[in-house]
Design a protein around this ligand. Structure first.
Ligand SMILES: [Zn+2]
Length: 238
């Protein structure tokens, strides 16, 4: 029994370590969210930039088509006989030229916008790259923290063996069974007066007597092993 209490103390420490190991990676979650947000932001900027480039190309293509149309009409001018047909074609050509003028003006505006968007995109890329680098640094720190936590837990686990071998095997197996069933917390608890300090229920009179006499007894309510604390005051893993 004397060796079981330090074992339990060790196991509770190991349990705390395990919980910490589960918590540490969660710190990365906010960085994942941040990374996604940055990727979306960059994507939107890039799309806006490409949309402007596309508009410029479409304007240019449109102008080409209109110029081809004008050329076609000019050739027709030579063939028409009637003056009104001639006038109608001239009017048509004039209309298309005006439309070309509008497109050319639009191209100038779009080119300015492209320049601005290009600059903004470069700035954003720079800023986002920096943010991503900072995130990567934070994540590396978190990974290092986890590695360290695992290492210290393994060091604690290595201390179990000597305690296990020097404890009563029957008690160890009971202890293991309770710990496996309860998953967390203490499996061996001191009796507090006539109550179990694990579940706060009253221990039967007969069990109280046996425990006071130095025996270890399972609590009838929660199953934890009960002991008389006065027998084991000097127990600590340190
Ligand atoms: Zn109990």
């Amino acid at each position: 029994m004397k060796n079981l209490l330090p074992l339990q103390e060790l196991d509770l420490k190991i349990e705390t370590c395990r919980l910490r190991e589960l918590e540490i990676p969660k710190q990365k979650q906010k960085f994942d969210v941040q990374k996604k947000r940055l990727a979306v932001e960059l994507d939107e900027r890039d799309k806006a930039f490409k949309a402007l480039q596309l508009e410029q190309k479409e304007c240019e293509k449109d102008i080409e088509q209109k110029q081809a149309q004008i050329l076609k009409y000019r050739n027709q001018l030579n063939a028409v006989k009637k003056n009104e047909e001639y006038q109608a074609l001239l009017h048509e050509i004039d209309m298309i030229e005006k439309q070309i003028g509008v497109k050319e003006e639009r191209i100038l505006v779009v080119m300015d916008e492209i320049d601005a968007a290009k600059m903004r995109l470069a700035e954003d890329k720079k800023r986002i790259d920096l943010e991503l680098k900072q995130i990567a640094d934070h994540c590396a720190e978190i990974d290092a923290e986890l590695t360290e936590a695992v290492k210290s837990r393994k060091e604690l686990e290595a201390q179990r063996e000597p305690l296990l071998t020097s404890a009563d095997p029957a008690l160890v197996s009971k202890y293991n069974r309770i710990r496996t069933a309860k998953k967390t917390g203490a499996a061996i608890v001191p009796m507090n007066g006539t109550t179990c300090s694990g579940c706060n229920m009253t221990v039967t009179a007969q069990a109280v007597n046996e425990i006071l006499g130095g025996k270890v007894h399972a609590c009838a309510h929660c199953g934890r092993l009960l002991y008389n604390p006065e027998f084991y005051l000097e127990t600590s893993v340190g």
